[in-house]
Design a binder for this molecule. Sequence first.
Ligand code: MD6
Ligand code: FE
Length: 220
Amino acid sequence: MNDLFENEKVGSRERLGNDAFVLKGFSLAIADDLLATVAVIETISPFRHMMTPGGFTMSVALTNCGQLGWTSDRRGYRYTSVDPITGNPWPTMPTQFLELAQAAANEVGFADFIPDACLINRYVPGTKLSLHQDKDEQDLGAPIVSVSLGIPAVFQFGGFERSDPKTKTPLFHGDVVVWGGADRLRYHGILPIKNNTHSTLGEQRINLTFRKASFSELKS
Ligand code: MD6
Ligand code: FE
């Protein structure tokens, strides 16, 4: 089905903006390993539905790995070094995750991307992610690398105002989106996921989003 059709595009890239690209199938070869690792991570820090500052429960379930993890509650959005559910540090970012994110960023010209946070989102049919900007990170000079696994999603990509026109791009198992530079603060979101079944993940989509959340060194 979709996967077979999309296989034709593996190895190609789609440009979403000046500094925003979809690398088709970039993580396909290691996708099974990535998913096995997510299964370990969730035994340490389980997926959970967080509350937005506005009091809504997010339809996306999420967890994190890395030195910092993205969290949300009634007090706002922020990065923490400790998982608020377990009281322990987030699971360490696996070397394989780090290397994938670095390789993808490097592929489109962002050399030396060293993420300190990996947000892991889990979607089931009907789950959506409303239009938002990623602006909780201190270093907006670093790109974001986003890995799609499992059933397909439609990625909405807009401008710098919520109401700006949006493009819609399908994302399939193995696709990697890299964006930064001039496009770093564009509004984006995921439309409600359609019913579908993936051969290894079943009725789920897992998204890994790598960020550099802190300033770790002085820039010259
Ligand atoms: C998702 N992704 O694909 C949600 N943000 O599940 C994001 O919110 C996102 O894919 C910044 C850059 C790329 C992304
Ligand atoms: Fe985002």
